[in-house]
Design a protein around this ligand. Structure first.
Ligand SMILES: NC(=O)NCCC[C@H](N)C(=O)O
Length: 415
């Protein structure tokens, strides 16, 4: 399965996507520790798994779906990778006493354990009295494969995570991209794990690839201005991206990333949270263009749709939650604007956001249930506009939707 990184849109027909089926890490938290690991509540793994299987079931019908856990285990077979990753993690969490035990584990067990958490050895009073049973903590956000690394054109971006709870995800994924023998790229546009300057943060939910030369970036709770400036310069110096539209979004829990309020779903359509994208309090957008060197010329627009239109991308907004603000707010909170496109006009999202699904139907999308797509009863025609719905009442309580749970590596060109 050799994979070449190739991604120049949000909606090109999907070839390969990385997902992570949640494991025990999802239940390795208590109500007290949930907030620390960026959860709003504790989740039930069996319920979440059932829903996640609907997502992977649908995507497997149309593309190659690869499990992060498998890729990680494969890359850990290389001794130098295993050694450098383990050393990096025991240093990050100050638990050098675990190094040799970890190095001795079979690759599959080690891969699982690095995600599910490594129990502590109480070799000091501080460790003995520490309230957590873990030396290397579980990574319950791993199933949001979107955020820690990103693909753009034929290269990779390694995120600079805003919270320590997600830093290890970036290290594990970086090892995968750097060393997996079957994954080929032209290298990294940016490596946010290199210089851990706390001012510089970048997460994948804030990066939308519109065209080979055009990217939209959210300036959010998770992605800082310092991060955006560095990222833009680094990408522009390597090309072919020259145009960036930066959208300044509120720094709130409901809007951690831009993809929670804006996702592209077809050549001419996007799903938006109206209060922040089209309404009177819409977020301003800045077109940053790099023509010469690392200096940007910047122009402000009233909103992202205006900025995109000026660059030749006209998108009709479909309102998350329909026409009533009350429903828009409820459904946005439940990841109602967060769709994943597996082809132009072919998207997957949560069934519980009924007003959003209805708005998509009005905008010309057929509605299909994941069960019928997976069983083969419902075949998706080439060129059909369709939203496939999955159950997501449990998954969405982890704080994200279908775009957050998918990291596309390769899409075909749009014609
Ligand atoms: N792209 C996204 O919006 N991802 C959702 C991430 C949710 C996760 N609990 C977090 O707070 O990082």
């Amino acid at each position: 399965m050799p994979i070449r990184i190739a991604l120049n849109s949000e909606i090109g027909p999907l070839d390969t996507v990385v997902v992570h089926t949640p494991g025990q890490e999802m239940e390795n938290m208590t109500p007290e520790t949930a907030a620390e690991v960026l959860y709003d509540d504790i989740l039930s793994l069996p319920l979440a798994l059932r829903e996640h299987q609907q997502l992977t079931g649908v995507l497997s019908k149309v593309a190659q779906v690869v499990e992060f856990r498998t890729l990680l285990a494969e890359v850990l077979e290389q001794d130098h990778v295993r050694r450098s990753l383990v050393v990096e993690l025991v240093s990050l969490y100050d638990c050098h006493e675990l190094r040799d035990d970890l190095l001795d584990l079979p690759s599959e067990v080690l891969a699982r354990q690095l995600i599910e958490g490594t129990p502590k050895l109480s070799i000091s009073l501080e460790k003995f009295l520490s309230p957590t049973p873990y030396a290397i903590p579980p990574l319950p956000n791993t199933f949001f494969t979107r955020d820690a690394t990103m693909c753009l054109n034929d290269r990779v971006i390694i995120g600079s995570m805003a919270y320590k709870a997600r830093v290890a995800e970036a290290l594990l994924l970086k090892a995968m991209f750097k060393h997996h023998p079957d994954i080929g790229s032209r290298g990294f546009y940016f490596d946010g794990t290199e210089n851990r300057d706390s001012e510089v943060t970048i997460e994948g939910g804030d990066l939308l690839v519109i065209r080979e030369d055009l990217v939209v970036i959210g300036y959010s709770e998770r992605t800082s201005l310092a991060g955006i400036d560095q990222l833009m310069r680094s990408i522009a110096s390597q090309g072919p991206v020259r145009n960036f539209i930066v959208v300044e979004i509120p720094k709130t829990r409901a809007t951690i990333h831009l993809d929670m309020i804006f996702t592209m779903v077809d050549r001419d359509k996007c799903v938006v949270f109206p209060p922040l994208i089209t309404g009177p309090h819409r977020c301003r957008a800045f077109h940053c263009r790099f023509d010469r060197g690392d200096q940007a010329s910047i122009r402000e627009y009233a909103c992202v749709l205006e900025a995109l239109s000026a660059l030749g991308v006209d998108l009709e907004p479909v309102p998350c939650g329909g026409s009533e603000q009350f429903n828009q707010e409820r459904e946005q909170w439940a990841s109602g604007a967060n769709f994943f496109a597996f082809g132009p006009g072919q998207i997957v999202g949560y069934a519980h956001n009924q007003h959003t699904v209805e708005a998509l139907s009005k905008a010309g999308f057929n509605v299909a249930e994941s069960r019928e797509v997976i069983s083969g009863q419902r075949v998706i025609d080439a060129g059909e506009r369709v939203v496939v719905t999955i159950d997501g009442a449990e998954l969405s309580r982890g704080g994200g939707g279908c775009r957050c749970m998918t990291m596309p590596l390769a899409r075909r060109e749009l014609d």
